[in-house]
Design a binder for this molecule. Structure first.
Ligand code: NAD
Ligand code: UGA
Length: 460
């Protein structure tokens, strides 16, 4: 076997572990990068041409590295034993049981890895927190690891991930920054340097920020809270726009051109989704409450509440405008992924919209270029009244309404004249992403309901 300069291991082959390690393998050919998971099916797919996640450019990076210095395996014990550096990138979902249910992070998968590491290690190692974790988690991790009776030393470093799904490979290759938090001790500093050295293979030195451990852990939660806050801030203005004739995109532009504010993350929508924004903010809220910081907790909780309001408002407006009943009406959902360019549907607004429409007894047709497999799982408890149809033209046939929920570029380019002809009249479009050309749709004959702009209706 070829000898490598360093053995890097990642525990958790998910949306973060897979792409991050593939890029590290690409940029650091002298390091052996192993990715392990308890999920056999996932590892089987990482070792096939049918990767378990869709990310633009990922298949190419994996093809260039897999079998050379990138490996996927379920042999966790062996991989831990061989590793010098272990990234832990397991899931840290919101707790669904016991104390803190619905708010706190469920750290059971994280803790399991600490015990696995102790059990299978025979040499000192650097343990890297890649998962998003509550501030001070490293302390708990260290306490577990230092309790080993083998005399081994584990240095815990925090290196949170900032990639976004759909642009993961690009975000990793052209990261705004990489954050490495470590103890302010000689061994802590040395461990931080080792982690920084990996990223310095492709990122400039000034992009690699080093902080103390707690700043690094908390920065990740704060970064996600700030991003989500911008979306809730712009979304909070959408009902006022709809009532007054102001237009949310014009406001976002006018406000965002102030260089102190900036234009990104001001796209009004049906509401943010994804596995992290809600979970991380609720976790932050929970931590604040546990320190009796109720004002801070309430402030951030409002970001999530506003998002729930926005999704609820969208579906209520659909029912209202469809003459207060959608029972037995065929409604096509264009998009089910939580954002474009991913098949991930975790916390997607579309799940809530579909469920509400089903409750109202609509016939829901779900269309998405990448997320139908996940959609089927998300709505597995609904056997009736759902059709899954990848082709948007077929999905819209005989439908009374279309709700556009994911900003897939393909929806912009459809022949809406043809779609209109195939639909039941009066035909409606609810554009939850403001993706489409609304005046053109109105000209074709649609009744158009954008977000944060007055409706264009032939029925008034
Ligand atoms: P994921 O669910 O896609 O992947 C986690 C993987 O860990 C799963 O495949 C699971 O089987 C595996 N796992 C769990 N326990 C294990 C164990 N004991 N041993 C081996 N494997 C184990 O999750 P994800 O989206 O990759 O997120 C991972 C972490 O990264 C979370 O803390 C998340 O908040 C954070 N994060 C996610 C994103 C994102 O875009 N998804 C971005 C930044 C940070
Ligand atoms: C987000 C952050 O952007 C990443 O930096 C972070 O690493 C990641 O969470 C994480 O910790 O998991 P992600 O959830 O993959 O990434 O995707 P985003 O691009 O942030 O979009 C999140 C949601 O907000 C999507 O539903 C998206 O459609 C929505 N959104 C985004 C808007 O409604 N308006 C916007 O202007 C931007």
């Amino acid at each position: 076997m070829k000898s490598f300069k360093k053995n890097i291991l990642c525990i958790g082959a998910g949306y973060v572990g897979g792409p991050t390690m593939a890029v590290i393998a690409l940029k650091c050919p002298e390091y052996r990068v192993m990715v392990v998971d308890i999920n056999f099916e996932k590892i089987r797919r990482w070792n096939s041409d049918d990767l378990p996640i869709y990310e633009p450019g990922l298949a190419e990076v994996v093809a260039a590295t897999r079998g050379k210095n990138l490996f996927f395996s379920t042999e966790i014990a062996k991989a831990i034993d061989e590793a010098d550096i272990i990234f832990v990138s397991v899931n840290t979902p919101t707790k669904t049981f016991g104390h803190g249910a619905g708010m706190a992070s469920d750290l059971q998968y994280w803790e399991q890895t600490a015990f696995q590491i102790i059990e299978h290690s025979r040499t000192d190692k650097i343990i890297v927190e890649k998962s998003t974790l509550p501030v001070k988690t490293a302390q708990a991790m260290e306490r577990i690891l230092q309790a080993n009776d083998k005399g081994l030393r584990f240095e815990v470093v925090s290196n949170p991930e900032f990639l976004s799904e759909g642009t993961a490979v690009k975000d990793l290759l052209e990261a705004d920054r990489v954050l490495v938090g470590a103890h302010e001790t000689p061994s802590g500093r040395q461990a931080a340097e080792e982690i920084a050295e990996i990223y310095s293979h492709w990122l400039a030195k000034e992009k690699i920020i080093t902080t103390n451990l707690w700043s690094s852990e908390l920065s990740k939660l704060v970064a996600n809270a700030f991003l989500a806050q911008r979306i809730s801030s712009i979304n909070s203005m959408t009902p006022l726009c709809e009532l007054t004739g102001a237009r949310i995109d014009e406001i976002a532009y006018a406000v965002g051109t102030d260089s102190r504010i900036g234009g990104k993350f001001l796209q009004a929508s049906v509401g943010f989704g994804g596995s992290c924004f809600k979970k991380d903010i609720l976790n932050l809220v929970y931590i604040c409450r546990s320190f009796h910081l109720h004002e801070t907790a309430d402030y951030w909780e409002q970001v999530v509440k506003l998002n729930d309001y926005q999704i609820g408002r969208f579906v209520r407006a659909m029912v209202q405008n469809l003459f207060n009943t959608v029972a037995n009406k065929r409604i096509a959902l264009f998009g089910f992924a939580f954002k474009a360019n991913t098949g991930d549907t975790r916390e997607s607004a579309a799940i809530y919209v579909a469920r509400k429409l089903l409750e109202e007894r609509a016939l829901v047709v779900i269309s998405d270029p990448k997320a139908l497999d996940n959609a089927r799982i998300d709505l597995a408890d609904h056997q009736e009244r759902i059709v899954f149809e990848e082709d948007p033209y077929l999905a819209a046939q005989n439908a009374q309404a279309i709700a556009l929920l994911t900003e897939w570029e393909l929806y912009r380019g459809l022949d809406y004249r043809k779609i209109f002809q195939s639909m039941k009249k009066p035909a409606f479009i609810f554009d939850g992403r403001n993706l489409l050309n609304h005046s053109e749709l109105y000209e074709i004959g649609f009744n158009v309901f954008p977000i944060g702009k007055p409706a264009l209706s032939h029925l008034d």
